[in-house]
Design a protein around this ligand. Structure first.
Ligand code: AQP
Length: 334
């Protein structure tokens, strides 16, 4: 059975919802960071399909997106030999642990979650799962006794909740969980929608033109970037407040080339938006071309099934042990 590098002592858990084909935003904001962290931490990287169903999903698309996300993780550079990549719903202990935690979480705590308030205000017909999903997130984290949970600032409140639940449980039933810490990343770069650059680029967005998905046809990616909303000022200058469109394109370049904002501004000082967009398109297309090539090699391979099969055994055995300890400590039958 695969084992983590024993020299690495600290662990993390992180995941993405298969709520669509992942975007350039997911790649820059999350996956590139996972790749960076894989030599420093034992990483549990999962496909958060049970989180995705807190809002309506088309079953056929969801099914495809799950496998696709596994292949994209690997195609983007997440090494299956170093990390444990797995599908959340394949490990039933996440839901089992979640229920035990749910009975140790207060309604008031969940009601204070700002993401819930935000999401539920947009649609009055939300599921109970949307309300309780921070507990499932706590279960994902606590099942593996991880040290850190890399999150953007928007998810920090959920990690705080997981910490509170773990500490309370430990106090009430005896030592059961490692209390994890949020690892607030400098992954600050939020990539925004190309058409509406004040809005986050999201995989579930209905606006095709504003979102670059990693499996989009390369020509259409170029077209989307050439059509990106800018402004009438004609200067390639980083100013997110007044020039959100151009600043977003600069952010994309910084993330993909490693150049600084200054270097990009200087290189395009005397050039127009069209020339700059052509450059951005070439950088993005080259990056995604490589990802798509590797994706095609893996998506239908048996290797992918082997990885998932092996990893689900590992994660089930760890989470099962935690579930049994919890049951025992709580006084359930066994
Ligand atoms: N536009 C973005 N720029 C930078 N980072 C981003 N992330 C998402 N969008 C951007 C990061 O990607 C990870 C995805 O997490 P998720 O799938 O659990 O949920 P999300 O943040 O809600 O992502 P989406 O793409 O916006 O999905 P939908 O449309 O389903 O809501 C996170 O680390 C996130 O910060």
């Amino acid at each position: 059975m695969k084992e983590f590098n024993q020299k690495i002592t600290k662990s993390i858990l992180t995941g993405i919802q298969p709520s669509g084909i992942i975007t350039l935003g997911n790649y820059i904001g999350a996956i590139k960071q996972m790749v960076r962290m894989q030599d420093e931490f034992k990483s549990y990287i999962f496909i958060a399909d049970m989180h995705a169903i807190t809002v309506p999903q088309d079953p056929e698309k969801l099914h495809k997106n799950i496998r696709s996300l596994v292949a994209l993780y690997i195609a983007c550079g997440i090494d299956p030999d170093k990390n444990i990549i797995f599908v959340q719903s394949e490990n039933e202990y996440h839901a089992n642990i979640s229920w035990l935690l749910e009975c140790n979480t207060y309604f008031g705590e969940l009601s204070r979650m700002t993401q819930f308030k935000d999401k539920s205000s947009k649609n009055a017909n939300f599921s109970a799962g949307l309300f309780t999903y921070p507990i499932l997130m706590a279960a994902d984290i606590l099942a593996y006794d991880v040290d850190y949970v890399p999150v953007g600032i928007d998810q920090k409140q959920h990690v705080e909740l997981a910490r509170n639940i773990a500490s309370r449980f430990n106090k009430k039933y005896g030592p059961t969980f490692k209390v994890p810490e949020a690892y607030i990343t400098d992954f600050g770069t939020k990539i925004t929608d190309l058409v509406n650059p004040t809005k986050k680029m999201s995989k579930s967005s209905a606006n095709q033109k504003g979102v670059i998905r990693l499996l989009d046809d390369l020509k259409s990616i170029e077209k989307k970037i050439m059509g990106a909303t800018t402004d009438s000022d004609c200067q390639i200058k980083y100013d997110p407040l007044n020039k959100p469109g151009i600043s977003n394109l600069i952010n994309i370049c910084v993330a993909l080339t490693g150049k600084t904002i200054n270097e990009i501004e200087n290189a395009f000082k005397n050039q127009n938006y069209g020339e700059f967009k052509k450059y951005v398109a070439s950088v993005v297309v080259e990056e995604i071309r490589g990802i798509q090539k590797r994706y095609e090699e893996i998506i239908n391979s048996e290797k992918l099934d082997q990885i998932l099969n092996e990893n689900i055994k590992i994660t089930r055995s760890i989470a099962k042990e935690k579930f049994i300890t919890m049951k025992h400590n709580m006084g359930l039958y066994k």
